[in-house]
Design a protein around this ligand. Structure first.
Ligand code: NAP
Length: 244
């Protein structure tokens, strides 16, 4: 039976790689994006070329109404969602003391409330089926804290709390909730930090390189596999040994 995944923030970076990897493993994919329509359409086209079905759907994950509409459209076009990957995220930089309310609120709204919104939108179907899989993307900074990214680190720590709590609440309903905590991955999010910081992060990573989006896609796909059906409430750190 064909199954459908929703990957938020799938127009580029980690989300794009996750969407493509899931398609390779047989999933139809709803490719969510915020602004980069052309990039999202290109990802959907690659998935179609893989022989699977895909739809690129715009929605700000922080907007509950937009998320509900996206899930309705995805269901109409691709069938009900049985795998949700909460990947969309933002990471503003700056001293905690200079972080204004708008930045703080937006970071939590996208990174934490966004995950809450999508989970609540896909849950009715998963509950009725008594099966489903949710993979949240946290970060090593949510595990160990991050200077100059306090709002981000708080939101990512909260995503781990969300994962563990929901894993307990939803286990009796046959729904698994897990989390991948990436280290330093070579995407726009790290590229904006500049070459010097990038080199420093490579030096601090025991395996001596930045991760690729595909490294994280494999970790996400691992949780989605039927063989992982006894795994829930777990945080898989994929970071080249950064926080060992
Ligand atoms: P990225 O390259 O900056 O891409 C961000 C993606 O999220 C884009 O597809 C973007 O859409 C989408 N997005 C942003 N805000 C959104 C919103 N409000 N609603 C819907 N989509 C939204 O980021 P990345 O590096 O791939 O990171 C992906 C996830 O991994 C994030 O949760 C991030 O915190 C986490 N992570 C990344 C790293 C790293 O080193 N890169 C490390 C740890 C964790 P548009 O293209 O349309 O703007």
């Amino acid at each position: 039976m064909e199954q459908t995944a929703l990957v938020t923030g799938a127009s580029r970076g980690i989300g794009r790689a996750v969407a493509l990897e899931l398609a390779r493993r047989g999933w139809n994919v709803c490719v969510n994006y915020l602004e980069r329509r052309d990039d999202a359409l290109a990802v959907a086209a690659l998935i179609e070329a893989e022989g699977r079905h895909a739809l690129a759907i715009q929605a700000d994950v922080a907007d509950r109404g937009a998320v509900e509409a996206m899930v309705r459209d995805a269901r109409a076009g691709l069938g009900p969602i049985s795998l949700l990957v909460n990947n969309a995220g933002i990471s503003p930089h700056g001293l905690f003391q200079d972080t204004d309310d708008a930045t703080w609120d937006r970071t939590l709204a996208v990174n934490l409330t966004g995950a809450k919104n999508t989970i609540q939108a896909v849950l009715p179907h998963m509950l009725s089926e008594k099966r489903g899989c949710i993979v949240n993307i946290s970060s090593i900074w949510g595990l160990r804290g991050a200077s100059c990214e306090v709002a981000y680190a708080c939101s990512k720590a909260a995503v781990i709390g969300l994962t563990r709590s929901l894993a307990l609440e939803l286990a009796p309903s046959g729904i698994r909730v897990n989390c991948v905590a990436p280290g330093c991955i070579d995407t726009d999010m790290v590229r904006v930090l500049g070459q010097e910081t990038r080199e420093m992060l490579v030096e601090e990573t025991p395996l001596g390189r930045l991760g690729t989006p595909e490294d994280i896609a494999h970790a996400v796909a691992f949780f989605a596999e039927e063989e992982s059906s006894f795994l829930t409430g777990q945080v898989l750190t994929a970071d080249g040994g950064f926080i060992v």
